[in-house]
Design a protein around this ligand. Structure first.
Ligand code: FA5
Length: 329
């Protein structure tokens, strides 16, 4: 075998052996075997004297090239073997799996489910309506005439075509009565929108639960009983609720429902919603005979119900999507 062939063979077998060295100990054995002072590369040096004069420069060059190749291959292999996690198979099937967070319902979704459950026990079924509404369902049928200040564009989110994002769930009262003959007992839950300034108890998108009960001889006593029963069932027997006279175009008489809540460290009366006896004009708008039918309606802010139930001092926290907050419920 010529010296050139010998160098080729040495380089090939050294590189193959290097590839098989997978941990620091075998790598060190490889270094001693090939690059050490008594290694195979050094052992080729004495053979140079047998090479003819004219072949010597080429063989010498090749010898240096093999040396450089093996040295840099060794350094490269060493850095890979010593890299963290490089030893052993790339996939360790015995390692415990990555923990996969299960997640949970948002505190508002949970509150909505609970509110549906409590009213369900009181005989209310659930009705739904669209979030983009026409003016008939959001205003006219609810006895809110064209020139009423509640329809002002600065107080509503109008969209194209005379439609708007509903500002209250009372729209679903109308949609339900247009479809269903009395008697009926429904709640409607969902998102509503108003361009209100954000603060601890106001947001521009919030949620309401609307209640509507239509039957013969319904009275204000039934309304008050339903609201107080709900409050005690959901918040506990000590729940402090009050109703006080108010005005809504679609109820007569009308009242406001307040509940005591802890806001910024002190207990305050916070308005939960409005209520009253369905105005005869509303019955007429949906084709019910106001001489025959009576009813009550209420609309409560779900976000504020959740705040009271779970001790949340600021409505904005519910929409920030901070997992540290959401994880607590
Ligand atoms: C109404 O929306 C009436 N539709 C309620 C009603 C229904 C009255 C049926 C009579 C018969 P009001 O605008 O007061 O009423 O809103 C009801 C509740 O929604 C408020 O009491 C409050 O709890 C909640 N709310 C109103 N604005 C906001 C807001 N910007 N952010 C959070 N909650 C709000």
């Amino acid at each position: 075998m010529s010296m050139m062939e010998h160098l080729d063979e040495l380089e090939a077998s050294a590189l193959a052996d290097l590839e098989a060295a997978a941990e620091p100990e075998s790598l060190e054995r490889w270094r001693i075997r090939y690059l050490g002072t008594k290694g195979r590369l050094k052992a080729t040096m004495p053979m140079l004297k047998d090479v003819s004069r004219e072949d010597k420069p080429a063989v010498g060059k090749r010898l240096n090239a093999v040396k450089t190749t093996l040295e840099s291959a060794f350094e490269e292999r060493k850095s890979r073997v010593e890299a963290p996690g490089a030893a052993g198979p790339a996939l360790d099937v015995t390692e415990p799996g990555m923990e996969c967070g299960l997640g949970r319902r948002h505190v508002l979704t949970r509150t909505i489910d609970e509110v549906i459950e409590v009213f369900g026990r009181m005989g209310f079924s659930v009705a739904y309506g669209p979030e983009v509404e026409d003016e008939w369902h959001n205003f006219n049928a609810l006895n809110i005439p064209d020139d009423h200040p509640a329809r002002d564009p600065i107080d509503n989110f109008y969209v194209n075509g005379g439609r708007l994002l509903r500002s209250q769930t009372s729209t679903v009262q109308i949609r339900t009565m247009e479809r269903v003959k009395p008697p009926l007992k429904i709640i409607a839950i969902g998102r509503v929108y108003r361009p209100d300034t954000h603060d601890a108890t106001h947001f521009s998108m919030f949620h309401q639960v609307e209640g509507l009960y239509v039957d013969r001889n319904v009275s204000m006593v039934d309304l008050k009983t339903a609201l107080f029963q709900f409050a005690r069932a959901y918040f506990g027997p000590g729940a402090e609720v009050r109703i006080r006279p108010s005005f809504f175009p679609f109820t007569e008489p009308s009242a406001e429902v307040d509940m005591k809540m802890k806001i910024k460290g002190s207990y305050q009366w916070v308005e939960l919603g409005g209520c009253g006896m369905v105005d005869p004009n509303v019955f007429e708008a949906v084709g019910y005979d106001p001489e025959e039918w009576t009813g009550y309606a209420f609309g409560l802010g779900i976000d504020r119900i959740a705040m009271r139930k779970y001790g949340i001092a600021d409505i904005r926290w519910m929409f920030e999507n901070d997992a540290r907050f959401l994880r607590q419920f």
